[in-house]
Design a protein around this ligand. Structure first.
Ligand SMILES: Cc1cc2nc3c(=O)[nH]c(=O)nc-3n(C[C@H](O)[C@H](O)[C@H](O)COP(=O)(O)O)c2cc1C
Ligand code: SF4
Length: 413
């Protein structure tokens, strides 16, 4: 498997250098304290990931306001959280000073959980809804993103991912369904205003180029009017606005784009492909490659949904396990200019040490994700999340959750 060593090549992201081509995806664990500060459990998880040697790690979705949020115990980035976040960054960097750490800033908007927070929306979707946002509300939300970016910078993060994916507020603003007649809706110019003005404001507030700015985007949300469709009432895939979005972000200083898809509250298996349809992962590589083709070579494109490839025993037909295992297929994606970095989501729960094991020639010791999606079940049930296959405490959490909350009856976040 010598060719897989390419996964260990360094790569420049803006003026910074990631030590290898592994990116740890943002993975919500819902394990914080009542103020949204990182718990010891959370900190330990990122310390392990840093020791595991990935070039770039994304912190799970961290909300810029507690008022509207998706998880009960969600990480929060508001002025009272700064001290705790500083200590968190110190410990992660101490575990591995070479690993870069970015924070994924988010606002849940219409998919905030009404049981403990307020739903707000640019334009309600059937079955969701919430208070209609005014232009003044949007100004205030943008202020809270800028404040959050400044806190991230002072706390010692290496950058931010301005989340525009997965049906959260950034995505709700840019999708064609936001056809309301207002400053932030209707034409592409209006719908992209939130994303484009926000990145400009963040760069202005943190002018240090070493502080990386990027964004995770959903190339196709997969429902009528979702992002990546041809119009407000059509589910048909259309990459035109996706390409306009990533180019517009690049022009305004984004040095990395994380390709994703779907909206887990609506089309969950598009975001994380499940084990019955492993071949849907190939769609992600198509979207990543289209984005890669559109951007400058120096803008780093990070691909997603590599966990389904695993050890090669992945249910994929018409390929050999030797070809289709994660390491080999990921290498092929780098060689074929599909993407520049390989995102690991569920796989990072299963084995935070994958990059280090590859570097040390211990590929045989890698624990591969089984795609059982029990971690996702924990997230949907608002329990503490972990890998139920390899982590005893996560397995116990699953048993307790099923006993207290019953078996899962819905399959969306
Ligand atoms: C339990 C769980 C939590 C997740 N939390 C986040 C998150 O905080 N932010 C995000 O952008 N995506 C989140 N995702 C999606 C992943 O980052 C990733 O895009 C997806 O799982 C596909 O990658 P994979 O095949 O490597 O798992 C989450 C997925 C799972 C299963
Ligand atoms: S719980 Fe299942 S899907 Fe989640 S990381 Fe572990 S093996 Fe993978």
């Amino acid at each position: 498997m010598d060719n897989t060593k390419k996964l260990l090549d360094q790569i420049k992201i803006g003026p910074r250098t990631a030590q290898n081509r592994f990116f740890i995806q943002a993975m919500e664990c819902n394990a914080e304290d009542e103020s949204g500060n990182p718990s010891e459990k959370t900190t330990q998880r990122y310390v392990e990931l840093a020791k595991g040697g990935a070039g770039l790690i994304s912190l799970e979705a961290i909300t810029v306001t507690r008022e509207s949020r998706a998880r009960d115990n969600q990480l929060t980035i508001m002025p009272p959280n700064e001290t705790a976040l500083k200590e968190f960054c110190r410990r992660v960097h101490e575990a591995n000073p070479k690993t870069l750490l970015v924070f994924q800033l988010t606002h849940s908007g219409e998919i905030s959980n009404p049981e403990f927070s307020k739903r707000v929306t640019p334009n309600p979707l059937p079955g969701y809804g919430g208070e209609l946002l005014t232009e003044e509300d949007v100004e205030r939300i943008m202020d809270s993103f800028v404040t959050a970016a400044e806190i991230a910078y002072r706390a010692g993060a290496d950058g931010i991912d301005m989340k525009l994916s997965h049906g959260y507020l950034g995505c709700q603003m840019i999708r064609p369904h936001n056809d309301r007649d207002w400053k932030y809706g209707g034409s592409w110019e209006n719908r992209s205003r939130f994303a484009f003005e926000l990145i400009e404001r963040i760069r202005k507030a943190v002018p240090d180029e070493n502080f990386l700015i990027g964004s995770k985007i959903s190339a196709w949300e997969g429902f009528p009017g979702g992002f990546g469709t041809e119009g407000p009432h059509s589910p048909i895939m259309d990459m035109t606005e996706v390409i306009k979005l990533v180019k517009g972000l690049e022009e305004r200083g984004a040095s990395f784009i994380i390709q994703s898809a779907g909206s887990p509250s609506i089309t969950v298996s598009l975001t994380q492909v499940d084990r019955h349809i492993p071949y849907y992962a190939y769609l992600h590589q198509y979207w990543a490659k289209e984005i890669r083709k559109a951007l400058k070579p120096e803008t780093v494109v990070i691909g997603s949904n590599f966990s389904p490839f695993g050890s090669g025993k992945n249910g994929l037909c018409a390929v050999t396990p030797e070809e289709s295992n994660l390491l080999n297929y990921g290498t092929w994606c780098l060689n074929d200019n599909v993407c520049d970095m390989i995102g690991l989501g569920r796989q990072s729960f299963a084995d935070p040490y994958l990059p280090a094991k590859l570097a040390e020639g211990k590929e045989d010791e890698i624990k591969y994700c089984l795609l059982c999606d029990r971690c996702l079940e924990l997230l949907i049930q608002q329990s503490k999340v972990g890998c139920c296959a390899y982590d005893k405490s996560a397995h116990e959490e699953l048993v307790r959750t099923r006993k207290e909350k019953g078996n899962l009856t819905i399959h969306h976040t």
